[in-house]
Design a binder for this molecule. Structure first.
Ligand code: HEC
Length: 200
């Protein structure tokens, strides 16, 4: 059976309409669900361009949209002036364990945010409780030959994971100001320092 070109055209035209109706509904549901959120939490309910593009494409951006998301992700990265991308893995491990920050109960903030990496990743063999939404990062540095290239990739990944995967499910820790540059460096060390328990 031949498909009618008119029908095909109508379907193509209706797609953006359907997406925008879904987005409007999504925005309404988010506002309603977080109606009692503290005022300084509320801006987080408004998607920025990256989130809007990911929402509109169901996290499956086409090539052009994906390239735009990656470009914005790289533009968000701030590299340290001294060029040192690795800090202290011990502090990184403490941050990876900490889920403090940006929850309703954390307003106003009383201390620094954590990275909450264990909520999604396995890291050190000593820690038996971890989430599995993200891949295991056990032995990460060793697996990447502790290369400078991998160190840079991990820094960029933590700062803004959309650099490597548009519509990533991982939070944009640096780009969204969740973690400071020093904290990101400490987490890079947790993954990439040969002395870190991740690599032992
Ligand atoms: C909400 C869950 C979540 C949290 C929290 C999270 N990640 Fe991820 N991470 C993911 C997912 C899912 C992936 C797989 C690809 C993707 O979606 O980006 C990933 C991928 C990665 C990768 C790349 C792995 C590879 O295959 O090369 C690294 C490195 C990483 N995460 C580090 C971290 C660090 C460090 C933290 C804490 C600061 C962290 N992640 C917090 C979900 C998370």
């Amino acid at each position: 059976m031949r498909r009618s070109p008119l029908l095909a055209a109508l379907v193509v035209l209706a797609l953006p309409l359907a997406a925008s109706a879904d987005e409007a509904r999504l925005a309404a549901v988010m506002q309603e669900a977080f109606a009692n959120a503290p005022d300084d939490f509320k801006p987080r309910l408004v998607p920025d361009e990256t989130m809007a593009l990911c929402n509109a494409t169901g996290n499956a951006p086409d090539r052009v949209t994906g390239d735009r998301i990656v470009e914005m992700a790289f533009a968000s990265i701030v590299y340290p002036e001294d060029g040192v991308l690795m800090g202290d893995w011990q502090n990184g491990e403490r941050l990876a364990q900490s889920g403090y920050g940006m929850r309703f109960t954390d307003y106003p903030p009383a201390r620094e945010n954590g990275g909450n990496c264990y909520a999604c990743h396995q890291l050190t063999p000593q820690e038996v409780s971890y989430g599995t939404l993200g891949p295991s990062l056990l032995g990460y540095g060793k697996l990447h030959d502790f290369s400078d290239e991998a160190v840079k990739m991990v820094y960029e990944r933590i700062w803004n994971p959309h650099t490597q995967l548009p519509c990533s499910m991982m939070p944009r820790f640096g780009a969204n100001g969740v973690l400071s540059m020093d904290q990101v460096r400490d987490l890079v060390a947790l993954l990439m320092d040969p002395d870190s328990p991740v690599n032992r």
